[in-house]
Design a protein around this ligand. Sequence first.
Ligand code: F1P
Length: 347
Amino acid sequence: IFDSLRGRLDGGQQTITLSGVDKIADKLMAANRIIIVACGTSWHAGLLAEYVIEELCRINVEVEYASEFRYRNPIITDKDVIIAISQSGETADTLVAIETAKKQGATIFGLVNVVGSSIARLSDAGAYTHAGPEIGVASTKAFTAQLAVLYLIALKVAKVKNTITDDLYSVLVTDLVKVPEHVQQILETQDQNIREIAAKYTDARDFLYLGRGYNFPIALEGALKLKEISYIHAEGYPAAEMKHGPIALVDEHLPVVFVATKDSYHEKIVSNIQEIKARKGKVVAVVSEGDNTVTSLTDDVMVVPLVHEIIAPILSVVPLQLLSYYIGVNRGLDVDKPRNLAKSVTV
Ligand code: F1P
């Protein structure tokens, strides 16, 4: 995905080619709404896509857990476009959800990693993430690739609908192309730091993950990765919801992980960090390079390159994946094969 985008830009163009989107372009442009159905990590990619598509394309987006959608009686029309996201392309809940929507006339766009999988075959159009096989059960690089494609879709549609300025389009495409080198930088500069942070929190019983706006889905994904591969109870919450309940959990034993990269809500997230510190919670934060406002308030920071706030989540998830990985390894667990989890949940 990144290579092909880079190739286009090298040619001096900023045009995004996605034949799957072209195939359903008419439906997409006329859509009442987009309904994203997915499970687990793929659902978190969908939630972030909702924020980005609504912001850039001004199309109404709903995100549904396929495992709920399939059992209720949702209102679907032939003006709805369903985006089904699945690494394996075989998740039974997602498969049944799109079968249901298809019967009611919706157009199905499949975003899957495994070529020729059941969800790909059932879709009217789609795109492959081409992230290569996931070695572990828990989804990691597939998540990054899902976001890359969902962002490309948002940018492409926004350009056609003329709901994005040329300047913003150019900034986002340029930042998106640089994701691989930024991820490389995170791996090179943060690995040792994250190992040390993981060592400090390996025996924690619970974790709270907080983020606002585009960073909220990343807080959810960080918490899910920790649950999946280290078996530590972790909850992801919107930072602003903290005061509506979870704040009661905060004491000196609770590590709170903030996704606190520079964005339009920065002052708010800084004040949330202060609220946790005032209650003696331990704060670990993902911060943008050069941002000392957060660093001076926290116990530990994981640094990512400074990019546009819409692109930042694609980078912020990487240190959180590494944190879960090292905590799992420290606890002597097989992080590639977590207990009770299957690569494809086919029942
Ligand atoms: C969805 C999912 C994964 C999770 C685990 C169980 O799979 O929930 O996100 O890490 O493997 O299944 P998929 O539909 O994206 O293949």
